[in-house]
Design a protein. Structure first.
Length: 535
């Protein structure tokens, strides 16, 4: 009975979690993870692949699902001489729940190896000549996979685990040609080393690998994988937002002022993306078409630091013990602006099945009150009054009935995607996703919170919902209408416009940055070519 009550409470409070998905991406969101940036997850995307699809959502790569996990936030493009290799002592994972029980059924595990080639140069002449190791990761221009001028070759392996991530059956994902070792491109050091942006794009594309995934249905066991540096694809005024939202309320509630308050402050930075494309029928189970997804990173429980490290590459520590999860990311921004500061590390270490422990944060979110305090001087000035929050119908903990809710579901935080809903070509995507269908009649049901695409403006979507925009759009009907979704007549709610202090402003609130203008690629791996370290 207690679990039943908890499940009902989580379902009713799911909107409160949406209230947390606002203002900034999950960059450096927990105290402990700031000390380990290589394993800090920043964004997670999961969507039906729209590369080459027709207007009706067919053709191209439409039968595939793309999952992208970004790590190492806020990379300065000029961050040499070592740049941003992934941690060879870490375990990076993408998890899929395909039966709604809040536990992983399929996990893709990524392990990295950074091989030092020990490139040396002859210094001196005759009997005095010595071969001396160079101090850089490159000795000249680079254009090819495992280029001879690279002093460090970055490679990785991918395993697919079915069942529990630590106890399930494990098999190696391989290249279509058979090798189980995948090459990663070096970061975009600069144009002298790697050429202009077009040249780097060509170089990086050589590291998009066709793969074979064991255990998938016959003929549906292929896909693609890419790991490498990308331009930061998230749009936000990161500095002003965390400076007590240093923008006037009139600016962030006027649609004409998008991109007017400040520049997208993180577009000149890079991230490292782990991207994998898998046939949708390889991810689903039985007749259930909804999958849930999240990414984690783990480190060994202990490490022994040597006071006298030997020559080599990353040899100063010896890790041991069980894997310990140190980063978790499903829905964007939850840990950053919903979970209380004292529990952020706990959330990073938690699993979806344990999300009941964070119930108070999602039923009574502090962020709306904080916004009211810093923007109006009154904690109640913007926060909807219908606490516990039941006004947001996107149901982040269970999925939306008829859209992306599994037939049976344990309430938990993760991205959920209905693989039966067709993708939408990039040019036709509504940056407000499902919420855009509520605010104005639309037909794009392939976007956030039904999964998440790079173009989806999760900040604006969540701000509208958080400040009660769905109540205002719905009037006094107590029902939220999801336009053009077969079988969805509406979802009953307990909120009315009178519960929304922000009034009509809640319908137009934004962060003054337009996600739709961020440059992206038309196809896999979708995130744009990274910024160069030097021009």
């Amino acid at each position: 009975m207690r679990m039943k009550k908890l499940s009902l409470a989580l379902l009713a409070a799911s909107a409160a979690l949406a209230a947390g998905t606002s203002l900034a991406s999950s960059h450096r969101e927990g105290p402990s993870i700031t000390t380990s940036p290589k394993v800090d997850g920043t964004d997670f995307y999961m969507f039906r692949s729209y590369e080459g699809v027709a207007a009706n959502g067919s053709g191209g790569r439409s039968d595939y699902v793309t999952m992208i996990a970004n790590y190492q936030p806020l990379q300065a493009a000029y961050g040499g001489p070592n740049y941003f290799q992934l941690d060879a002592n870490a375990l990076y994972e993408i998890h899929v729940d395909n039966n709604g029980d809040a536990a992983e059924d399929i996990t893709f595990q990524f392990r990295f190896n950074n091989k030092l080639n020990n490139v040396s140069l002859p210094i001196g002449a005759g009997a005095n000549q010595k071969s001396i190791a160079i101090p850089l990761i490159q000795a000249g221009a680079v254009a090819n996979v495992t280029d001879a001028n690279l002093n460090v070759n970055e490679t990785y392996t991918v395993n697919v685990v079915r069942g529990d991530r630590r106890k399930g059956s494990v098999a190696a994902v391989t290249k279509a040609a058979g090798s189980a070792t995948f090459e990663k491109p070096v970061d975009y050091i600069g144009v002298k080393t790697l050429g202009n942006s077009a040249a780097y794009a060509t170089y990086a594309s050589k590291h998009v690998h066709d793969i074979k995934i064991p255990g998938c249905p016959s003929g549906k066991d292929t896909g693609r994988v890419f790991v490498g540096q990308r331009q930061e694809g998230f749009a936000v005024n990161l500095g002003p937002i965390f400076d007590l939202v240093n923008a006037p309320l009139a600016t962030i509630t006027n649609p004409a002022n998008i991109n007017a308050a400040a520049a997208n402050s993180i577009q000149n930075t890079n991230v490292t993306s782990i991207a994998i494309e898998v046939h949708k029928d390889c991810l689903t189970a039985g007749s259930e078409t909804v999958i849930g997804g999240w990414t984690t990173a783990s480190l060994r429980q202990a490490r022994l630091m040597s006071p006298n490290p030997a020559s080599g590459h990353q040899t100063s520590e010896k890790p041991g013990g069980a894997w310990v999860q140190v980063s978790r990311l499903g829905q964007p921004l939850v840990n950053e602006v919903v979970i209380g500061l004292k529990d952020k590390d706990k959330f990073n270490a938690s699993k979806p099945s344990g999300d009941g422990q964070f119930l108070d944060y999602v039923t009574n979110p502090t962020l709306p009150a904080l916004l009211g305090l810093v923007l109006t001087g009154n904690a109640a000035g913007l926060a909807p009054t219908n606490v516990p929050r039941t006004d947001l119908a996107t149901v982040f903990l269970t999925g939306i009935t008829g859209v992306n809710k599994p037939a049976t579901v344990t309430p938990s935080e993760m991205l959920r995607l209905n693989t039966a809903l067709p993708p939408v070509p990039f040019a036709s995507q509504n940056r407000l996703g499902i919420v855009g269908n509520i605010l104005a009649a639309g037909t794009d049901n392939a976007g956030f919170p039904n999964g998440r695409r790079p173009k989806d403006d999760v900040v604006d979507i969540a701000l509208v919902a958080m400040l009660g925009g769905l109540c205002m759009a719905n009037g006094d009907n107590d029902t939220y209408k999801f336009n053009s979704i077969p079988g969805v007549a509406g979802i009953t709610s307990a909120c009315k416009p009178s519960s929304v202090p922000a009034g009509a402003a809640s319908l137009t609130v934004h962060d003054a940055v337009d996600q739709a203008v961020v440059p992206f690629l038309a196809g896999f791996p979708y995130l744009n070519t990274p910024n160069a370290g030097s021009q």
